[in-house]
Design a protein around this ligand. Structure first.
Ligand SMILES: Nc1ncnc2c1ncn2[C@@H]1O[C@H](COP(=O)(O)OP(=O)(O)OP(=O)(O)O)[C@@H](O)[C@H]1O
Ligand SMILES: [Mg+2]
Length: 527
């Protein structure tokens, strides 16, 4: 449709396609000129078909098979005189997923028809991508990365839309999920479209990540982020310790945290809970039940003993304190005052039991406070970030957790669940179906790929791209972005993000500069 620009890289011509799947181009270029995830445009008569390259293939051919490993035979054929792009034997095919059709007036449509045979496909140029991404950019837009294949072209994401409904970040180990998440959360904090609460299992989001030393949210937004910790001996500079009172522990917290309780143990917990006097905590009641003689419950003595042995694990958790001494009320006060919250698990981050236990208790408290809110301005719009989400959202246990309800019901109360996970195939389908936006980094397990893609698109058509993407490349689907897009995630470091979010120095910066001075110099400073 548009005039050919001399510098545009022509890919080839349309040879087949389906609206329900992809459009195939016979490549005119060397296959190595193009990469999966690059944006491309097919010029139809009425529309430009803005697309993403999702696969590159060599068709199988008997002739090629015969010629492979047979150099002498190949030498009998004048290979270098054969035009590889037009021949019937030596050519490659690129598969394109159309994500948007644009007419001559610049109006965009969903992919609903096909360009004619032999339409030209080319790599997208700057004016194509500007047309798609830079028209009508919503006010609270921020970027997390640049368009793959178009260097330096930042893709705006509508943050207001993003925080309205649950979203997910999926990718295999070390693919860059946490860094991407820090960029997303920093964007949310800097634009103030919502507040965030992060369950920071690996101590990565506070001041500085324990493992790789990368900056956390507090390094950029010292006054806007409150760092609460469960482990008083952690290296992180906590604003306050967080403690859970024994009276705050409910049956589902134990059921979810232990994950492997038998059906009879689960029944016993509910039975004990319903019969215990209000003055006795559930934990005490379970210990007492194992000792009671005769046993007044339906649960057998073996079940009760097994349960009370498990309960002993709580004794290892120094943050579980006597009834009435918990600090969840203080946490709610921080939230009410508009602070963003990072909950640092310190040494307990290595203990899944502790992580699941605490996250469930806190989220239950949030659910209660938000759902009972009468004055809707009492609490701010809050995004709750859950790493290792499958531990809570596995269909086997999600029905017992508060997260199931958080994902389904809470957006009307301004409480939104967001999840980061490496095993989307282990997350309940119904919860995944609630996600309005998905950030998908590289995944390798076929089940995870299918599950991550099911909903926004046909997994079959996009599978190759998700498997082939290098780390730090993300494919985003959802209503917060103009079209499904592959992006190279921004380089996340103290300098680049300080600039991006226009943030000033923190007290930690001042302290570390002071530490570098000699005593004499320090004395001089205050003269
Ligand atoms: N945007 C980025 N900028 C700079 N470095 C990055 C970026 N993304 C990833 N990295 C590098 O890759 C490493 C792994 O990234 P990250 O911790 O985000 O992966 P992950 O998917 O969360 O891993 P895990 O599964 O172990 O939690 C980082 O320590 C960092 O060195
Ligand atoms: Mg991580």
């Amino acid at each position: 449709m548009s005039e050919e620009n001399q510098t545009d890289l022509i890919l080839g011509e349309v040879i087949s396609g389906a609206v329900s799947a992809a459009i195939q181009l016979k490549l005119r270029t060397d296959s190595e000129e193009v990469k999966i995830g690059f944006p491309a445009v097919i010029e139809g008569k009425k529309y430009d078909f803005f697309s993403i390259i999702s696969d590159i293939q060599f068709p199988t051919s008997n002739a090629v098979t015969m010629l492979a490993n047979a150099e002498k035979l190949r030498n009998t054929i004048p290979m270098n005189t054969i035009d590889t792009s037009r021949g019937r034997t030596f050519y490659s095919i690129a598969e394109l997923q159309c994500v948007q059709m644009i007419d001559q007036a610049g109006k965009s449509y969903n992919f609903e028809t096909l360009p004619p045979y032999f339409s030209t496909g080319r790599l997208a140029n700057e004016s194509d991508v500007k047309r798609v991404y830079q028209t009508d950019v919503p006010e609270h837009s921020q970027t997390v990365g640049t368009l793959r294949g178009v260097e330096g072209f930042e893709i705006p994401i509508d943050l207001k839309k993003l925080v309205e409904v649950p979203f997910g970040i999926f990718g295999r180990t070390h693919s860059g999920k946490t860094f991407l998440n820090k960029i997303i959360l920093g964007n949310i904090i800097s634009t103030d479209v919502a507040k965030v609460l992060v369950f920071d299992m690996q101590s990565e989001y506070g001041w500085q990540a324990r493992a790789d030393g990368s900056p956390g949210l507090k390094s950029f937004f010292e006054d806007k982020v409150t760092l609460l910790g469960l482990d008083p001996n952690t290296n992180s500079q906590l604003d306050e310790e967080l403690r859970i009172g024994e009276d705050e522990i409910k049956p589902e917290d134990l059921i979810v945290a232990f994950q492997d309780l038998s059906a009879s143990m689960v029944d016993a917990i509910y039975e004990i809970n319903s019969l215990k006097p209000a003055s006795v905590t559930l934990v005490q009641a379970i210990s007492n039940a194992a000792l009671a003689d005769p046993n007044p419950l339906r649960a057998t003595r073996t079940t009760l003993s097994a349960l009370s042995r498990r309960i002993l694990r709580l004794e290892r958790l120094s943050f579980v304190v006597d009834s009435g001494k918990g600090t969840l009320g203080q946490l709610m006060t921080y939230i009410k005052s508009g602070q963003n919250i990072v909950i640092d698990f310190g040494k307990y981050g290595a203990d899944f039991f502790a992580y699941v236990f605490v996250a469930n208790i806190i989220s239950r408290r949030l659910y209660k406070s938000y759902s009972e809110m009468v004055d809707m301005t009492e609490y701010p719009h809050l995004v709750v970030l859950l790493e290792e989400a499958h531990k809570f959202l596995d269909p086997k246990i999600s029905k017992n957790t508060i997260f199931d309800r958080l994902a389904r019901e809470m957006r009307k109360f301004k409480l939104v669940l967001a999840m980061v996970d490496q095993r989307p195939s282990k997350i309940d389908d119904e919860i995944l179906s609630q996600l309005a936006n998905r950030f998908i980094l590289s995944l390798t397990d076929p089940k995870d790929i299918v599950q991550a893609l099911t909903g926004p698109v046909d997994p079959g058509s996009w599978r190759a791209i998700v498997r082939a993407m290098p780390p730090r490349t993300v494919l985003m689907f959802g209503d917060a972005i103009k079209a499904p897009t592959a992006m190279d995630v921004l380089d996340y470091n103290l300098m680049s993000m300080t600039k991006k979010w226009s943030v000033g120095v923190t007290t930690r910066d001042v302290r570390s500069s002071l530490d570098k001075l000699s005593d004499e110099e320090k004395n001089d400073m205050f003269k």
